[in-house]
Design a protein around this ligand. Structure first.
Ligand code: CA
Length: 377
């Protein structure tokens, strides 16, 4: 069996309600998907994280290397793509193109072998994965605080046991928001904050010191992803767990983050950091540093399914009788792409989502939705 065709799609949605975070505003959501087909018509879906048109160009660059290969030999194909891009892309969007193709190959291989990806990754340690709600972005409103409180209450009412909110607008504003959200959801729901690297070290230290009484489970991307020294110093000077890595790429990138002891929790994006092949290796490296991964996930059901299978297969550190649950990010911000493009839809119940049991990733793309959202150029 050979790979016969690779198709890349840029899907786009104009948001009903634009939202922003500490770096920029979203008017639209745009994602690049890839479909890898075998000679017998079996196919796998993948997804890249990052600017979709650039990811698509990357996929088109890599496609001739993949075409004609044996779809069962996923890691060998990964190495071929990596070697061809290493001279130009030790990190960045071309790695997202590799990631997208790699995820599609895992999906395809699972379908060809009749096994879910989590089994191929080494085995299902858990049938359900605990998820946290990502939302609480900023919107143009006269009452931002009220909007955040209302949204946080909604996630709590939906059954989420952990919620992550955006910060990074300035220490005083962020404190006001975090205190209000904590008060709204009560003490029993986990709360995390994500600055998307908007703080200086002194601001991050000030903010961390002041939110410690709020019981924050982790402080995500406090500093620039380039500031490894800053991460290490912040981590030494706060009791709050520091999370990061969604802007990090490949095993070599995570080696820097982990060996310099920058984070308590590593957050590779499977669709960006090198696909399932490489993030499985990143998880193994992290375990050598007694660091757990909570994958970053911000895309369609394809990205989320990849996250579910990977997290299902993880061993957590340190081992103990009563293990904390593994965790995965579940984006709740407005996304018709996430909510309508793939099927079946993932349902959260009691703060957990079932890991698919069907061969491959266990999700398919709805052809009508694909046609509706695909950009023509
Ligand atoms: Ca983030």
């Amino acid at each position: 069996m050979k790979i016969s065709r690779i198709e890349a799609y840029v899907v786009e949605q104009r948001l009903d309600r634009p939202f922003y975070f500490s770096q920029f505003e979203f008017q639209t959501r745009q994602i690049c998907l890839v479909k890898v087909l075998a000679e017998d018509g079996t196919y796998g879906w993948g997804e890249g994280y990052g600017p979709a048109t650039v990811v698509k160009a990357g996929i088109e660059f890599l496609a001739p290397l993949v075409s004609g290969e044996d779809p069962l030999q996923v890691e060998a194909i990964w190495s071929k793509m990596h070697l061809r891009s290493l001279d130009y892309a030790r990190r960045g969007v071309l790695v997202a193109a590799i990631s997208a193709i790699d995820i599609a190959l895992w999906d395809l291989r699972g379908k060809l072998l009749g096994q879910p990806v989590s089994v191929l990754l080494g085995g299902r340690r858990r049938e359900q994965v605990r998820v946290y709600a990502t939302g609480l972005y900023f919107t143009e409103t006269d009452d931002q605080l009220g909007a955040l409180v209302e949204e946080a209450r909604l996630y709590a009412a939906q059954g989420f046991s952990a919620i992550k909110m955006k910060v990074g607008l300035g220490v005083e504003t962020d404190l006001r928001h975090a205190r209000a959200v904590r008060q709204a959801i009560g003490a029993d729901i986990e709360l995390m904050v994500d600055a998307n690297h908007a703080y200086s070290l002194s601001e991050a230290l000030s903010f961390a010191g002041q939110i410690e009484p709020l019981g924050i489970s982790f402080f995500e991307e406090p500093l620039s992803p380039e500031d490894y020294d800053g991460y290490r110093e912040l981590r030494q000077r706060t009791s709050i767990a520091i999370a990061g890595g969604e802007c990090e790429y490949l095993l070599a990138g995570f080696r820097q983050l982990l060996s310099q002891r920058c984070v308590d929790i590593a957050q590779p994006d499977i669709c960006g950091a090198g696909g399932l092949t490489e993030v499985k290796r990143i998880a193994a490296l992290a375990s050598a540093f007694q660091t757990n991964i909570i994958p970053h996930s911000w895309g369609t059901g394809i990205a989320f399914a990849a996250g579910l299978h990977l997290v299902s297969s993880l061993d957590l550190a340190p081992g103990r009788l009563r293990m904390p649950e593994a965790l995965l990010e579940m984006d709740r911000s407005e996304s018709a792409l996430r909510d309508t493009l793939t099927r079946p839809q993932f349902k959260q119940e009691g703060g957990r989502v079932a890991v698919p049991t069907a061969p491959g990733l266990g999700v398919d793309v709805d052809p009508e939705s694909l046609a509706r959202f695909t950009r023509s150029s």
